[in-house]
Structures are given as structure tokens and as C-alpha cells.
Design a protein around this ligand. Structure first.
Ligand SMILES: Cc1cc2nc3c(=O)[nH]c(=O)nc-3n(C[C@H](O)[C@H](O)[C@H](O)COP(=O)(O)O)c2cc1C
Length: 295
């Protein structure tokens, strides 16, 4: 059941979402990473980041609140340790990156693109609170020349042609198509539609909200982009927790889904969904049916 994202043929339609499956070693205890469509790394920045204060994750009736602060070892250590391990484990590695400047994105893309075994790069353009974390503020990317489009154009230029650049965008159904059109013009090869929504921790700190409440919103975003740009590969991300969720996301036009916070509740979720979809007869995993945008 191959799935094409630009030049890359994913072995299946279920990937992990950035930051939700640790370094890969944690998830590998529960299933073979090569059995998934891909493994998206936590977001990697140029310099190491210690992460935010505790608690970083709080359950709520609306979903998972989190303020991890993009904890990661920085590019040098990631390339020396985490990436080679993931490649040896047989994972289709999608490296998530974020920078403090456009120039940092250029360096991240260039060095990640030169590293063997990278299937694609996912640019995190949609952190719920980018300024909290010192990242470039990428809102309002609808007009070319603005920062999100410059970041994507820069990454595209720095990466080898056979390494697709994906952009991860906010689940904002009324603006996502405009954003997608601008990013396509900038050279993006595919989109990840859906991220945590900006929220507050119970103690008032800025946080992201993830989980089931995002699902219908992310699905609507996928449908909006698919209706306007039917050939653009789109991965749906937000609240996917069951094979039925994945089927519904694929039916709305996604080429694949990413499983995020459901992995924190049950680390076997992505493997289980993947196996359920693979067991279906060909074509039964929900080819786009034009579902989604009501008249
Ligand atoms: C604990 C945690 C850490 C996350 N870290 C990242 C990250 O490093 N980079 C990123 O792009 N998204 C990150 N996310 C967002 C997820 O990748 C995903 O977009 C979001 O949670 C929505 O999907 P879900 O509802 O399936 O969790 C994180 C989410 C959680 C819950």
C-alpha cells in the first residue's frame, strides 16, 4: 500500500506525529518502526533546548495540554546519534525542523539534507506559541515574500531534489487553503495539516491542546486543501486515534495520517491502525471521496 509524497514512496499511510514518539527507541519497544509509513522526529533546532518547566503535559477533558518547549538535543547531536539509530532501525525518517531565523532554517535543511537516510523534511511552521520558544513567527504567510514562504523556499533550495520539503500548518479551516496556495508557490512538496491549538495550562502558562477535539477541525482543513489543491500530498494530523479516524481523514483527501498524542496513552496506536488498514482489501483504506466541505 504505497503512498507517494512527491518523490518519496511511503510504505503505508500511518506515521507518527512530531514530538509524540520520543527519539524512536521508546516506540521501537512496542513495534517495528519499519512497519510504519514513517517516523516524524521531534522538532530539531540548531542548538540544544532544555525544554520548559514541569509539568509539561496535563490531561484535560478536552484533550492533552502540553508545553514541552521543543526539548531536543540540537542538530549536531541529533545527526550524530538519533538519526543514524532511526535509519538503522529501518524507519522512514521525516525530520521536523524549526529555527529562530530564516538563515537557521537554511542551515538545518542543508545539513539534514546531506545526511543519509532522510526521507523528507517537515518544517514546523505552526507551533502554538512560537515567540515563547524563540522561533520565527510564521503567521500571515499568505502573501509571497512573508516569512513562512521564505522559509519554505529556502529549505527547498537547500535540500537535494529527492528530499521533499513538507510544511506543517495550523488547523485553521478558513485560512488553510490560502496558506497552502502561498506555500505551493514557494515550492513546498506537501503539507502536514494540523498541529496543537494555542491554549493555556491550568496554571496559566501558554500551552498546546492536542487530541480528539482537534480531529473534526483537522479533517475539515484536509478537505479544504484537497478541494483547492487536489494533487498536493497532504497528511492529516490532529486527534487520530483509531483506524476509523484514519479512514475518515484519508476519505477527506489526505494521503496519510500522523498519530500524535494517542501514542502517549497507548504507544501501540500507530502500529495498530497501520495493521488494520493494511489488512483491508486494496482500495479499502479510503481513497479520497470528496468528503468534507458542506455546501
Ligand atoms: C507532548 C507533545 C509534544 C509535541 N512536540 C511537537 C514537536 O516537537 N514538533 C511539532 O511539530 N509538533 C509537536 N507536537 C504536536 C503533534 O505533533 C501534533 O501535531 C498535535 O499533537 C496534534 O495531533 P494529535 O491530536 O494526534 O496529538 C507535540 C504534541 C505533544 C502532545
Amino acid at each position: 500500500m504505497g503512498r507517494h509524497v512527491a518523490t518519496v514512496d511511503l510504505p503505508g499511510p500511518v506515521l507518527t506525529a512530531a514530538g509524540c514518539a520520543g527519539t524512536g527507541r521508546e516506540l521501537a519497544a512496542y513495534g517495528d518502526l519499519s512497519a510504519l509509513g514513517g517516523f516524524v522526529t521531534r522538532t530539531i533546532t540548531l542548538r540544544p533546548r532544555p525544554g520548559g518547566p514541569l509539568p509539561r503535559v496535563v490531561e484535560s477533558p478536552s484533550g492533552l495540554l502540553h508545553a514541552v518547549g521543543l526539548q531536543n538535543p540540537g542538530l549536531d547531536r541529533f545527526l550524530a546519534t538519533e538519526l543514524p539509530w532511526l535509519v538503522r532501525a529501518g524507519a522512514r525518517v521525516v525530520v521536523s525542523i524549526a529555527g529562530e531565523t530564516v538563515a537557521e532554517h537554511a542551515e538545518l535543511a542543508r545539513r539534514v539534507g546531506q545526511s543519509p537516510g532522510v526521507a523528507a523534511v517537515e518544517v514546523d511552521l505552526s507551533e502554538p506559541d512560537p515567540l515563547d520558544w524563540g522561533l520565527v513567527e510564521t503567521r500571515e504567510p499568505m502573501a509571497s515574500g512573508l516569512v513562512a514562504t521564505r522559509i519554505v523556499a529556502t529549505c527547498r533550495r537547500e535540500l537535494p531534489r529527492d528530499v521533499p520539503v513538507l510544511a506543517k500548518v495550523r488547523p485553521d479551516p478558513l485560512r488553510v487553503l490560502d496558506q497552502a496556495l502561498a506555500l505551493v508557490e514557494a515550492g513546498v512538496d506537501g503539507l502536514v495539516v494540523g498541529h496543537s491549538l494555542p491554549a493555556l495550562m491550568p496554571d496559566g502558562r501558554h500551552a498546546g491542546l492536542s487530541g480528539p477535539s482537534l480531529f473534526p477541525v483537522a479533517r475539515r482543513c484536509v478537505a479544504e486543501v484537497h478541494a483547492g489543491l487536489p494533487t498536493l500530498p497532504v497528511m492529516g494530523c490532529g486527534g487520530v486515534a483509531t483506524a476509523d479516524d484514519a479512514r475518515a481523514m484519508l476519505a477527506a483527501g489526505a494521503v496519510a495520517v500522523q498519530v500524535g498524542s494517542a501514542l502517549l496513552a497507548d504507544p501501540t496506536t500507530a502500529h495498530r491502525i497501520s495493521a488494520e488498514l493494511a489488512a483491508e482489501p486494496a482500495g479499502g483504506d479510503g481513497a479520497a471521496d470528496g468528503a468534507g466541505v458542506p455546501a
